[in-house]
Design a protein around this ligand. Structure first.
Ligand SMILES: C[S@@+](CC[C@H](N)C(=O)[O-])C[C@H]1O[C@@H](n2cnc3c(N)ncnc32)[C@H](O)[C@@H]1O
Length: 220
């Protein structure tokens, strides 16, 4: 007959086992495999509670990181760098796929802080950080891109999509942040209507992100 103590041991074992399965199922490197992993993880750990400029959450960063690795994306664009949180997660994944990121920020102070963060995280070689108005620069970028993360001015989301779509590779993903944010409802509503109506896109909304990330894959 099982004693209460046996039962407690069994429950603890099952919790530990479930935790290990969950950890193993994520490709996020809890154990750094390279010097770069160690540097990025140290940076992210040190700065965990210091992201104050409308930056994405750590959960959303991990989500982008895992998506890029899973799809083996290589040519990425990040619109709205701020101080670089999303860019760091994206560029870290690209350092493993052999890719490169272009990121755009209009505010000089944020751009400078981002540059410093990229250097501290050891990711400068994987990032082309531009100080520019994305309204002007995005139409000029040549592409092609296989991953785009849009997190800038919401009332321009539709225009960004229209400019980037011809430069997005088939199989590529156009991800947009804050699609659940009611503050920006007008721009976001138009954007959601557009991505859900275009026949060349297959769109889902990531339910795990509290802010909402739309993922539109180019089918043809
Ligand atoms: C929500 S924040 C981006 C956060 C960033 N993705 C991160 O996780 O660190 C939006 C940024 O877009 C920038 N932005 C707004 N309009 C822009 C434009 N027209 N061109 C470039 N950047 C713009 C803002 O200055 C702001 O820093």
């Amino acid at each position: 007959m099982k004693t209460k103590r046996d039962l407690r041991h069994f429950t603890s074992f099952m919790i530990l086992f479930a935790f290990m399965v969950l950890a193993a199922s994520s490709s996020f490197p809890q154990d750094p495999q390279t010097d770069l992993d160690k540097k990025v993880l140290d940076f992210l750990q040190t700065h965990k509670y210091q992201w104050r400029y409308e930056n994405i959450s750590e959960e959303d960063g991990k989500f982008l990181y895992n998506l890029i690795l899973e799809k083996d994306y290589k040519n990425a664009l990040d619109i709205g760098t701020s101080t670089g949180h999303s860019a760091i997660w994206i560029a870290w994944a690209l350092s493993k796929t052999g890719g490169k990121l272009t990121t755009i920020e209009i505010d000089e102070g944020r751009h400078q802080k981002a540059m410093l963060n990229f250097e501290r995280a050891g990711l400068t070689d994987y990032i082309d950080a531009r100080l520019a108005d994305a309204h002007d620069l995005v139409p000029q970028l040549e592409g092609p891109f296989d991953f785009v993360f849009l997190d800038a001015d919401k009332n321009w989301y539709v225009n960004y999509l229209n400019h980037v779509l011809p430069k997005l590779k088939v199989g590529g993903c156009f991800a947009a942040h804050n699609v659940r944010n009611l503050r920006y409802m007008r721009g976001i509503r138009e954007f959601l209507e557009l991505i859900q109506s275009l026949p060349e896109l297959e769109t889902t909304i990531d339910e795990t992100s509290s802010m909402g990330i739309s993922l539109s894959y180019k089918k043809k």
